[in-house]
Design a protein around this ligand. Structure first.
Ligand code: FAD
Length: 454
């Protein structure tokens, strides 16, 4: 007598990691992601232990018609790494990082975060452009482009991607690189999670640190206008090695004191770095000076405490081509109205290597020298949600006359993940649609910043 097994039973038998369902121990912990505003309940959470598990999960979801959400580091503010009712393919149990110091490369599993990467690569004095908060996942950040302290010198994270192992919609395991599936390789360098589940990334590394010059200098908020004007001139003349951001933020001690700050990293020699950041340290009367020689890994975790897991987040971002006096004054006025001590406004300066790559060379299209204005709404009390989201939206609207059309896909909020995706992919959207049609014609990977197959 043959016993028929259901697809779910066959999936459970093939899958090596835990599969969690509502009510089971660990389910609530596994569905909780970085952004506490996201409260979704998948029918199943498949915690993968390897590529074979990812294949089993993709095949099961496709054949059962279950919606798929893919979780790397679980940091995306839009929260598309967890879905209601579908299958969450969870890679947070796949975090290995293998460095080849001779070839200066690293193979990084799809659930690793930037602390995992920096920890291993810095052992050899090597690094690749990565997130400025070390708990951010490698996968989502890389697939969307990846900006960070090293981008002036080494470009975006995607500019350093050598290859990736991808589980496609049909459950095939393929390697994408310049020589294999070159179209897919182009698409995953900026096209987000649209083309399959990446089980492993291979990066080119560069000699960095272990000590670099960097950190933060904060000035009293009353000096904000002068500080941002100074930053405008300072950032316009930087060597590739130095990447500098500016921010309006609150003192980390919870006092509510507002500050204007300049943050920087110099990925060159200590002497050059100290000379480059000296004008920041000598400008005005800083309220706090934490800029100087610092381990590269420490620089990349310096901001971690400001982003605790489970805090409520709503962000909006767009690019400013220039920091006019009007831009600066509007930013300051909006920050004065900020309702949460955890929120801030950040200017991320794109220059150097990142801007020398043509906009259509990778799927990531934002290659002009410019400032990415990120309006970071972050708070703890659910009763404050409406007020805080309102502040982010109103601030974005107030800044919008100065914005260009470029939006970084990784900073789109949940309510714009679909509607603003085409705008974020910009000049590359049509080619992305064609490649999407080839690799995922039925759009099974749609719970993301979606590219419709065409
Ligand atoms: C505090 C904070 C700091 C940040 N700092 C930076 C920064 O310095 N630089 C920067 O560029 N961005 C930064 N970001 C934005 C960041 O790039 C995105 O949030 C990114 O999506 C995070 O990746 P993740 O793997 O943690 O996210 P997840 O939420 O796990 O994934 C995001 C999306 O990527 C896709 N995805 C995830 N894993 C895979 C995979 N293995 N294969 C295929 N698709 C996958 C899915 O579609 C998923 O919805 C920051 C975000 C936060 C909240």
């Amino acid at each position: 007598m043959t016993v028929e097994t259901s697809p779910a039973e066959a999936f459970r038998a093939a899958f090596r990691g835990p599969i969690l369902e509502p009510g089971q121990d660990g389910y609530d912990e596994a569905r909780a992601i970085q952004n506490g505003l996201i409260d979704r309940r998948p029918a199943m959470i498949a915690r993968c232990l390897g590529t074979a598990d990812i294949v089993a999960a993709v095949n099961f979801a496709r054949e059962s018609g279950l919606e798929i959400a893919v979780r790397g580091g679980g940091h995306n503010v839009a929260g598309r790494s967890v879905c209601d009712g579908g299958l969450m393919i969870d890679l947070s149990t796949m975090r290995s990082v293998l460095v080849d110091p001779e070839r200066r490369t690293a193979r990084v599993q799809g659930g690793a975060n930037w602390a995992d990467v920096n920890n291993e690569t810095q052992l050899h004095g090597l690094a690749v452009t990565g997130g400025q908060v070390s708990t951010t996942g490698v996968a989502g950040l890389t697939l969307g482009g990846g900006l960070g302290w090293l981008m002036g010198k080494y470009g975006m994270t995607v500019d350093n991607l050598l290859s990736a192992q991808v589980v496609t919609a049909s459950g095939e395991v393929i390697r994408a690189s310049k020589d294999q599936h070159a179209d897919l390789f182009w698409a995953i360098r900026g096209g987000g999670g649209n083309f399959g589940v990446v089980s492993e990334f291979e990066f080119q590394l560069h000699p960095v640190g272990p000590i670099v010059v960097g950190g933060l200098v904060a000035y009293p908020f009353e000096a904000a206008r002068d500080v941002l004007r100074f930053y405008r001139d300072f950032s316009a003349n930087l060597p590739d090695e130095t990447t500098a951001f500016a921010g309006l933020l609150h003192a980390p001690d919870g006092s509510g004191v507002k500050l204007a700050a300049i943050l920087a990293c110099h990925a060159g020699t200590i002497e050059e770095g100290e000379a480059t950041v000296r004008p920041i340290k000598e400008f005005g009367t800083p309220a706090m000076d934490a800029m100087g020689p610092i381990p590269y890994s420490a620089l990349n975790s310096m901001l971690d405490d400001g982003f605790p897991k489970g805090a409520l987040n709503y962000w909006k971002a767009n690019f400013l081509q220039a920091l006019s006096d009007d831009v600066i004054d509007t930013m300051i006025a909006r920050f004065e109205a900020c309702p949460s001590l955890m929120s801030g406004m950040l200017l991320e300066h794109f220059h150097g290597a990142v801007t020398r790559v043509p906009a259509n060379e990778t799927a990531f299209p934002l290659r002009d020298e410019a400032y990415n204005l990120v309006i970071v709404g972050e708070w703890l009390e659910p009763s404050e949600t409406e007020r805080n989201i309102g502040w982010v939206r109103e601030s974005y609207d107030a800044m919008s006359p100065h914005m260009s059309q470029g939006r970084y896909v990784n900073y789109l909020p949940d309510d714009e993940a679909t509607s603003a995706a085409a705008q974020a992919f910009g000049v590359n959207y049509q080619r992305l649609q064609a490649i999407k049609k080839q690799y995922d014609p039925d759009n099974i990977f749609h719970y993301n910043q979606n590219i419709t197959p065409a």
